[in-house]
Design a protein around this ligand. Structure first.
Ligand code: DOR
Ligand code: ZN
Length: 352
């Protein structure tokens, strides 16, 4: 392996928003180009809650893929106060649902039908623990008295710790972690608790939202935190600890929806996600650890086979466009207008 060229087992994205309709049609090609599989978030309108909705959504994603794509969407079920354990189990056992997603009600985009109290989904969690179905958690409390920058840490103490005490065997992914607190907590748990880390939380701290003015394209949830937290995330991602793996949380919203009176939360990083991670791993002198993080630890956690195909990253500058078209609307990708040092090559060979 030269320092200028890296051949990697094909990576997967363990947390992505592909949306629906025109947005799905516009964005799925980016994720399908970069990744072999992805855990697809269910926060549609209406959310994906039933087995039939999961099957239908999977079919819509497959229909929106570019011809010949081998991309495999892994569908998740959105938990509500009314979720039924037997429907969730039926979906998991039929291979329709790969996991369940827990949104605390009103924590983020399209989470108004999320869970208002963990006690209300006790039976669902008990069943998930029994059938070994992963629970994916948006880990933020929503109380207006809790500072927005403290919501993840407070969630860990007040919701996650009691939940894991009640369900010690439940397999849990704390999604898109943003704090040293989350890194330390996940690292200290047994092997059934893991976390995903996004490219943007490895690259930006909370100053990015206020640099010279309000920067809506740097706003996502959980928000970026202080610099010390960013450094803790970089250390965790590049540590080789299999509890930390790749999940982009790519969350497209139109430019118009971001740049508005009440701008949507979400950073659209799918088009250059691997380039963004490669930049971070290179800066941390950890390119040799990128394959574990991007391609091995996720499948191990989800008990899925490793991908056999490979991709090639080369140290060749690539310029990220300022905007991408979505019909009459536009999308602004993460790193818009910037040049990234590594690029994903199109002519990926399939053997090492
Ligand atoms: O920034 C975010 N955007 N965080 C989330 O949790 C949801 C996502 C979205 O769906 O837009
Ligand atoms: Zn998300």
């Amino acid at each position: 392996m030269s320092e200028e060229r890296l051949i990697l087992r094909c990576p997967d994205d363990w947390h992505v928003h592909l949306r629906d309709d025109d947005m799905l049609a516009a964005v799925v090609k980016y994720t399908a180009h970069q990744f072999r599989r992805a855990i697809v978030m269910p926060n549609l309108k209406p959310p994906v809650t039933t087995v039939q909705q999961g099957l239908d959504y999977r079919q819509r994603i497959l229909s929106a893929l570019p011809a010949g794509s081998a991309f495999e969407p892994l569908i998740t079920a959105y938990l509500t106060d009314a979720s039924k354990a037997d429907e969730i189990a039926r979906g998991f056992e039929a291979g329709v649902f790969a996991a369940c997603k827990l949104y605390p009600a009103n924590a983020t985009t399209n989470s108004d039908q999320g869970v208002t109290s963990i006690a209300l989904i006790h039976d669902v969690l008990e069943t998930m623990q029994r059938i070994d179905m992963p629970l994916l958690i948006h880990g933020e409390v929503t109380s207006s008295e809790v500072d927005v920058f403290d919501r993840e840490a407070v969630f860990i103490d007040t919701v996650l710790m009691p939940l894991l005490a009640n369900f010690p065997e439940l397999r849990v992914v704390l999604e898109h972690i943003t704090t040293q607190d989350a890194v330390d907590f996940v690292a200290a748990q047994s092997g059934n608790v893991a976390a995903t880390i996004t490219p943007h939380h490895l690259e930006i701290n909370r100053n990015a939202m206020f640099e010279g003015g309000m920067r809506p394209h740097m706003y996502c949830l959980p928000t970026a935190k202080r610099e010390g937290h960013r450094l803790a995330l970089r250390a965790a991602a590049t540590s080789g600890n299999p509890k930390f793996f790749l999940g982009t949380d790519s969350a497209p919203h139109t430019l118009q929806a971001k740049e508005s009176d009440c701008g949507c939360a979400g950073i659209f990083n799918a088009p250059y996600a691997l380039e963004a991670y490669a930049k971070v791993f290179d800066e941390e002198q950890a390119m040799h650890r990128l394959e574990g993080f991007a391609s091995e630890f996720g499948p191990a956690f989800y008990r899925l086979p490793l991908n056999e195909a490979t991709i090639v990253l080369e140290r060749r500058p690539v310029q990220v466009p300022a905007t991408l078209r979505l019909g009459n609307a536009e999308l602004r990708p993460f790193h818009a207008g910037a040049t990234l040092p590594w690029r994903l090559m199109d002519d990926a060979p399939t053997t090492r």
